[in-house]
Design a protein around this ligand. Structure first.
Ligand code: NAD
Length: 478
């Protein structure tokens, strides 16, 4: 499979594909080699103003387009994505590094979000309230207005589709700014929407300096809703900007997912599932299983079994045959992960596997397992966002729940147990937006996805994800 990548990339503004011309550029790097592969044009302030104006003009046209017509276009875009998935996935592997099969799978899974939201929007029923004869009160849901959406580099298609699909299905216009590191695959997703017949200005894609683009778009009175996936500090910064204009926000920020493994569980199943999932996308996943709390009676067996499985993960260029884990996505990741591991070691953690940068070009890091990691190690408190599992033993259910809840974050949490009582208590008492018990599936598409505490607010996916792009209106007739 070729790793050819477009030498020049484009913005899509006001129905037009725009070349770099004399704009500043961001250099796109292949994380498997560290080499620059393309120049990405950065939008100027005039470009952003043009995009805002186009989003403003497109909104009433799209809002007033019947929902069935919107659905036809979204289904067509989904079909185009499935057709083009091999090529879009190939671009994603070039720019993000994940194994090709996983990249193509991300594109096809994302296409289904357009299908889900196309149908969900048809069923966004309001309510008729009980009133005396001759009077009527209704509750209706209406599209919130033009949206500004910001998505990260770990899932270049899957994170933006969770914003694009509901916004477009609801009748909003949307300006997307994906991460500059991984631009070509989201550009091709936008091309699918444009080729499917979406009217000009309903969807636009821009890149630039992230802080400049977000502050400009969020400050504009045109934008009525902000959706962001990324880190907690940036999420807080964007919320402050949004507060100035009292704008609605959906914030999908980091997690540090606990995995509670009880001694009554099916240990082989728990090991097979968690060891496979931990190293998916090199651990750069906001719901990655990371803090393993394992009941004392099975602790040594679990750590050994996990390290044995992790040692078999084949690491290399995402285009390689049988590769299961690619490089980290950018040079910031290996240095940040390495610093966290060194800090944990200096505080007494035992390295059961890995712990080092791979001795290759690019941004590779070894699958790593740390045992008996002290609670004051940075890695027990800050999300490593890399291929590292950290483990500690526990004795009682209460202790496990307390440990799971000890951080200010609460996105995903996992548990393995065959006790119904334990499963029920875990489901109720863990402070997280998603809890998976005896499995690791937390984003099936039809269920709410989002966090509590500093992991953010608002849900993506399913009916809740659609409502995030709508406002509620009461109409009273006498
Ligand atoms: P970062 O905090 O600078 O950036 C995170 C994301 O936000 C990137 O996609 C970036 O392009 C974007 N961003 C940064 N500043 C922005 C701004 N002012 N306006 C709009 N967007 C902005 O750091 P990073 O090095 O890219 O990632 C560091 C950490 O972020 C990771 O360790 C992880 O904890 C978190 N992260 C979370 C997710 C997620 O899926 N929730 C995705 C990527 C990164």
């Amino acid at each position: 499979m070729s790793n050819a990548y477009p030498k020049k990339l484009q913005l899509h503004i006001d129905g037009e594909w725009i070349d770099g011309e004399d704009r500043e550029v961001h250099q796109v790097v292949n994380p498997a080699t560290g080499e620059t592969i393309s120049d990405l044009p950065k939008a100027t302030k005039a470009d952003l103003d043009r995009a805002l104006d186009a989003a403003d003009r497109a909104f009433p046209i799209w809002r007033d387009t019947p929902v069935a017509e919107r659905a036809v276009i979204l289904h067509k875009a989904a079909d185009l994505m499935r057709e083009r998935a091999p090529e879009i996935g190939r671009l994603m592997t070039c720019e993000q590094g994940k194994p090709l099969g996983q990249a193509i799978g991300e594109v096809t899974a994302s296409a289904s979000h357009f299908d889900i939201m196309a149908e969900e929007a048809k069923r966004c029923y309001g309510r008729v309230l009980v009133r005396p004869a001759g009077q009527n009160s209704f509750v209706k849901y209406q599209p919130v207005g033009p949206v500004a959406a910001f998505s990260p580099w770990n899932f270049p298609i899957f994170t933006p589709v969770r914003k694009l699909a509901p916004a477009i299905a609801a009748g909003c216009s949307i300006i997307l700014k994906p991460a500059e590191e991984t631009p070509a695959s989201p550009i091709e997703m936008i091309r699918c929407l444009v080729d499917a017949g979406l009217p000009s200005g309903v969807v636009q894609i821009v890149f630039g300096d992230p802080a400049e683009v977000s502050s400009h778009l969020i400050a504009s009175p045109v934008i009525r809703k902000i959706s962001f996936t990324g880190s907690v500090p940036v999420g807080k910064q964007l919320m402050k900007l949004a507060a100035e204009g009292m704008k609605r926000t959906t914030m999908e920020l980091g997690g540090h997912a606990p995995v509670l493994v009880f001694d009554d569980c099916d240990i082989e199943k728990a090991l097979d599932l968690t060891a496979m999932q931990k190293y998916r996308n090199a651990g750069q996943v906001c719901v990655s299983p990371t803090r393993f709390y394992v009941q004392s009676g099975i602790y040594d067996r679990f750590v050994k079994g996990f390290a044995e499985r992790a040692a078999k993960v084949s690491v290399g260029d995402g285009f390689g045959e049988g590769i299961e884990m690619g490089p980290l996505a950018n040079p910031r990741r290996p240095s940040s992960v390495g610093d966290m591991i060194n800090d944990a070691k200096s505080k007494g953690a035992e390295v059961m596997l890995g712990g080092n940068r791979h001795d290759k070009q690019g941004f590779f890091f070894d699958p790593t397992v740390l045992s008996h990691v002290p609670l004051d190690a940075n890695i027990m408190n800050d999300e490593p966002f890399g291929p590292v599992a950290v483990m500690r033993p526990f004795d009682t259910l209460d202790e496990a729940i307390e440990q799971a809840n000890r951080l200010p974050l609460g996105l995903a949490a996992y548990a393995f147990t065959n006790s119904l009582r334990t499963a029920n208590l875990i489901g109720d008492k863990i402070e997280a937006g998603m809890v998976a018990i005896n499995n690791l599936t937390v984003s099936p598409g039809d269920a709410p996805f989002g966090g509590v505490k500093e992991s953010g607010h608002g849900s993506e996916d399913g009916p809740d994800g659609l409502k995030a792009y709508m406002v509620t209106k009461a109409i009273h007739q006498a």
